[in-house]
Write a protein that binds this ligand. Sequence first.
Ligand code: SER
Length: 581
Amino acid sequence: MNLKRMYLDYFKSLGHVEIPSAPIVPENDPSVLFNTAGMQPLIPYLMGEEHPYGKRLCDSQKCVRLTDLESIGDKTHHTFFEMLGNWSLGDYFKNESILYSFNFLTKVLNIPIERLAITVFEGDDKIPRDLVSAKRWEELGIPKERIAYLGREDNFWIAGESGPCGGDTEIFYFRSDDEIPTLFDPKDERWVEIWNNVFMEYYQDKDGSVRELKNKNVDTGMGLERTIAILEGKTDNYLTSIWANLLKTLEEITNLSYEGHEKSFRIIMDHIRTAVFIAADPAGIKPSNTDQGYILRRLIRRAIRHARKLNIDISSNWEEKLASVIILEYQDSYHELRDNKDIVLEVLANEKIKFNRTLERGLKEFDKVAKNLKSIDGDTAFHLYDTYGFPIELTEEMASELNLTVDIEGFHKRFSEHQEKSRTASIGKFKGGLSGNGIIETKYHTATHLLNAALKIVVGSDVHQKGSNITEERLRFDFSCDHKLSDEEKKKVEEIVNNWIQEDLPVKKISMAKDEAIKSGAECMFIDKYPDIVTVYQIGDVSKELCGGPHVNSTKELGKFKIIKEEASSSGVRRIKAILE
Ligand code: SER
């Protein structure tokens, strides 16, 4: 089934102009490394600028999302994907948009109505509940029980922390042979989201305030890989027609079957596909140690390591065979693959030769260290990076396969020392007490992030960390604030932190590009001190901070949080000392 063609032809028949995909490396937006959604290159037009092709547009946009990089290897994640989208720039709005989506799904793809369910925005103090969309879905035959109202976390869309935004309505498909429950429960994982229609009528500023945009726009996005998997009845995305030729080629190269070697197969296929698209981009990215070039390097080197695991002869032309299949399959949709084929193959081959020179010695060195240590210290991780070209994430992955940890903070410390030899400052020093790694200190690190987030709620979003120091006895936290906290404010902060602890929020560690981390709203104290690829700790959805760690796995481990002192630190800076009981 050619879903991409069907989708674009359908929207063209409804007066939309098919626009070419923008490059994956954004042309005029240095704040992100890659385009992550179809709307991203269209932001100026959503803001009111006139688009040369008119008010109704559709496309298939190449996207790269790095937040899921570590999940690659499972059945559903990809670093590169295609997002099908249609837009109304101040033309039609909710009623038509919903009708168009409904007809495409039920009349073009012939999906039975019984398999569909809907979420709509329930509204909040700034934006009203979306009764128009709910009514429209009902008119089209979706029963009330299959329409759920959800809040900002689920049914509101914005790229980053400020920009065009609005409530959305999401379409779910029941992917299971079980009997379909009458009542739609969005938490039931048998219902899978396939399409997101965002009604972009607002602009949100950095301070959270919302104003109306010049136009009422529609921005929809459908993930091609996921929808194909659903339509083809597969729960493993890599078993769909999208990957069939590549998978067959990799089986031929390895003489192994996909079954039993899924993880390495998926990583190789995903990473080589993304590397091909990055290397073919008109931006001319080459593997390097910064920004997009670093991502390209990381993808290729990780693919090489997994190729080695499958006993591929690394110096053979295996990567060329795989890349050629990808280029052939995508070149009609994305001409740069055809035009830049030689460049792509050269980039892959050169990086392979380069890594191959040090790979064997690096692996030996790693094995030697891994045998003798419980965890890989920062110096060793840096040595593997500097001498053998092992991206830190690769060392982490290899270590975790042996149940070893890596001292990431120590690595970053060595890294920045190396980068700025003339400056003696390092992350460790600036972050104050963040070098202690005991269990109690670890808890205080996590409590510090919660405190920072709670202060932003109680005192104001312009509270920023000015310093932090942790001992086994307490945490100390300095923050920008122009007044002494009242008893009520202190109580409120304690309450919020303790509620989060009670909620047992997961603490998630994510590696991502620094620019993307900042764009996604992650807190960060000394931006220039961090390498281009940073570690972000996310606690539930209440806190997100750049940090070397370590942290607990979930907030329940913290016990009870109590402020023991609040005092002035310096002009405009207050200091809190707090304990965990
Ligand atoms: N911007 C929305 C998304 O990425 C819809 O296109 O899901």
